[in-house]
Design a protein around this ligand. Structure first.
Ligand code: F6R
Length: 237
């Protein structure tokens, strides 16, 4: 595991973009797994400015709210379209997302997992929830878990309510997510964390023993894990 501590969020985003671009330049047809949320916004802004060629890149997103139409303002598809996809030259056919309104959710998850097996992810970028979730793998998730429908923790729904007019009741109770084993199957993992509110969980995940209660703690088992933190998120390590 390599830990890079940066002095602020802007530097974290610069280091993260450097890492991602290096991977794309190394392999023009790289397959990426990308998250939504506040943390990767700076990375996406910088990536867009670099005008990198995405014509051969494939991108898998990590999760989606259950029951939300992909065109709803709160869907993760909409987020990725707004903050990344519509600004880069990635062909639509190279974008893989989970459909939160699929008629047969089990089949949707099974097929996504199969697609990832067929297109092994070179680099997966992750944020981390305050409860240690990665993707939407909440505490208690099994190391062997694959893409599936999960219940969201009340703390995750509360954190994400900022995107739902601060009304927790508007945040879906379930989501589709790639599993822990899906994440661990990526050739490289880049974990990003910013802000003081992530300092405790970063300590638990990186410095304490591995535990099902802290899903991100299993990342330590990966042979190519890089963690980029800003000064605040690194305060307790
Ligand atoms: C989102 C995702 C989540 C977020 C996590 C942190 O696609 O997979 O695991 O990375 O909830 O979110 P932020 O960055 O908003 O703190």
């Amino acid at each position: 595991m390599k830990i890079i501590i940066t002095k602020n969020y802007n530097d974290l985003s610069s280091k993260a973009v450097e890492f991602v671009v290096k991977e794309i330049l190394r392999k023009k047809s790289a397959i990426l797994g990308l998250p939504t949320g506040g943390t990767p916004m700076g990375l996406y802004r910088k990536l867009i400015k670099m005008k990198i060629d995405f014509s051969k890149i494939k991108i898998f997103t990590l999760d989606e709210y259950y029951g939300l139409d992909k065109n709803s303002n709160n869907s993760y598809y909409y987020y990725m379209k707004k903050y990344l996809f519509s600004h880069i030259n990635i062909p639509e056919k190279n974008i893989y997302t989970l459909n939160g309104k699929a008629k047969n959710i089990d089949k949707e998850c099974y097929q996504y997992e199969k697609l990832i097996k067929k297109n092994p992810i070179d680099l997966i970028v992750l944020g981390i929830g305050k409860d240690g979730h990665i993707g939407f793998n909440e505490p208690g998730s099994s190391l062997n878990s694959k893409t599936r429908l999960v219940n969201l923790d009340p703390s995750t729904r509360k954190a994400n309510s900022i995107y739902f007019n601060n009304k927790i009741e508007n945040v879906p109770k379930k989501a589709l997510t790639v599993g822990i084993s899906t994440i661990m199957s990526a050739k490289k993992i880049l974990l990003l964390a910013s802000g003081i509110e992530k300092a405790d969980i970063i300590r638990n995940a990186l410095k304490e023993d591995m535990s099902k209660d802290v899903p991100a703690s299993v990342l330590k088992l990966h042979s190519h894990l890089t963690v980029i933190l800003d000064n605040r998120a690194s305060l307790n390590i």
